[in-house]
Design a protein around this ligand. Structure first.
Ligand SMILES: *Cc1c(COP(=O)(O)O)cnc(C)c1O
Length: 434
């Protein structure tokens, strides 16, 4: 309906959207942070709710006319709390980075020490990178994985925490294929008197389906995106750890009332770091959380993990080095150094064959972030389209074919045909997500 209108009014933009849809339909999409949101989610996003200003929270808005959007936001919060067994949630952050900004504003003062997961070992920009506000405003220190295992070693992290004495420890990564021991992190945080924050942007869907360890009982605060494994609209969320509530000694200036974490976190989102919430996106979040509460969502997430394991196995059989020797989650990190390839060359060659991956640093990489020695591969998107372990094994074989002769453009053309034939068996938006 809306597209017809767009076609008449602005064919230039309409045609580009059509081309992008076509690209998504005919490419093997393996970017670990991407997924395909359902049509229902996209309908909510493309709705009249984009017109509404609703600064504040349900029942406490700075604008009139909020009676319907109030209910929408309440539904989104309630479903989200149910999904993760949380007693408090905020669904307003525009993105994962915005959710994280609110955490810093709540728990840290500028100059305070953070201990975060090293970006070059799989961490995220917002965990203290020098080019991000988190590294500019706060004193960031890092822990990483072990060279031999590619895994986190809790004893080494404890040593680092004692040496740094951070105000907050962050957990969470964008390229770590293993599950995380939150209980051990909690012990370390308690030993050094630090707040503990988990950013589950990548793994939220797997955690919601209870297929990975649950951070909520151990962490003070948990943030996430909603568009990765959680398969919702582009956005962010904040949850409070199950047994965490404290005032941080902060008191409301006028009333003298003691403010607790949840209230401080709400205030750190708005007015702390954002203006009006995106009510159309909050409606789409409500729809996505509704989908995630259905049993089909759990079986989808199981397939995401099975498919990632199938990829890791096939890569290993074909002589590739898989970081940490395998995967517990939705992603596989391939170290290409024994194949004499860089991430950049691999990303380009595969891209020419319409297989989309991203180059990625591997632990102890000697290449720059623009070149890298690895590629990161994720299964959430193609699993949503209905593919299983056989198809993922076949995709690895196609990738191996391309990577064995990365300069061979004839070969890439040939693989495009195989990719198209595969994609046509699993059409985009033919799948049913609920
Ligand atoms: C993707 C990601 C983010 C950022 O999310 P945006 O919505 O892109 O801002 C934050 N933290 C981690 C660990 C991520 O993987």
């Amino acid at each position: 309906m809306i597209n017809n209108r767009l076609n008449i009014q602005d064919p230039e933009v309409f045609n580009l959207i059509e081309k992008e849809t076509e690209r998504q339909n005919h490419n093997v999409e393996l970017i670990a942070s991407e997924n395909f949101a359902s049509k229902a989610v996209m309908e909510a996003m493309g709705s009249t709710l984009t017109n509404k200003y609703a600064e504040g929270l349900p029942g406490k808005r700075y604008y009139g006319g909020c009676k319907f959007v109030d209910v929408v936001e309440d539904i989104a919060r309630d479903r989200l709390k149910q999904l993760f067994g949380a007693d408090w949630a905020n669904v307003q952050p525009h993105s994962g980075a915005q959710a994280n900004a609110a955490v810093y504003l709540t728990f840290m003062n500028p100059g305070d020490k953070l201990l975060g997961f090293d970006l070059s070992h799989g961490g995220h920009l917002t965990h203290g990178s020098p080019v991000n506000f988190s590294g500019i405003l706060y004193d960031a220190h890092f822990y990483g994985v072990e060279k031999e295992t590619g895994k986190l070693d809790m004893n080494r992290i404890r040593e680092k925490a004692k040496e740094v004495n951070p105000k907050m420890i962050s957990i969470g990564a964008s390229a770590y294929p293993r599950d995380i021991d939150y209980e051990a992190f909690r012990e370390i945080a308690d030993e050094v008197g630090a707040f503990l924050w988990m950013d589950m942007a990548h793994t939220a869907g797997l955690i919601a389906a209870k297929l990975l360890n649950d951070p909520l009982p151990w962490c003070d605060v948990v943030t996430s995106t909603t568009h990765k494994t959680l398969r919702g609209p582009r956005g962010g969320i904040i949850l409070k750890g199950r047994d965490s509530e404290n005032s941080l000694g902060k008191v409301a200036p006028k009333s003298g009332r003691v403010k607790m974490w949840s209230e401080l976190l709400d205030g750190a989102v708005f007015p702390g770091t954002q203006g009006g919430p995106l009510m159309h996106v909050i409606a789409a979040k409500a729809v996505a959380f509704g989908e995630a509460l259905r049993p089909e969502f759990v079986s989808y997430q199981k397939k995401v993990i099975d498919n990632a394991k199938a990829m890791a196995n096939r890569f290993t059989e074909l002589g590739y080095k898989v970081v940490s020797g395998g995967t517990d989650n939705h992603l596989v990190l391939v170290d290409l150094r024994n194949k004499n390839l860089t991430g950049k060359i691999a990303e380009n060659a595969l891209g020419n064959a319409e297989i989309t991956v991203n180059k990625n640093m591997v632990p102890f990489d000697t290449q720059s972030p623009f070149v890298t020695s690895g590629i990161r591969i994720g299964t959430p998107a193609m699993t949503t389209r209905g593919m299983g372990p056989d198809e993922f094994g076949y995709i690895v074989e196609l990738m191996d074919k391309v990577l064995s002769k990365p300069e061979d453009t004839d070969l890439q053309e040939q693989v495009i045909r195989d990719v198209k034939a595969l994609c046509e068996r699993f059409p985009l938006y033919d799948f049913v997500t609920i």
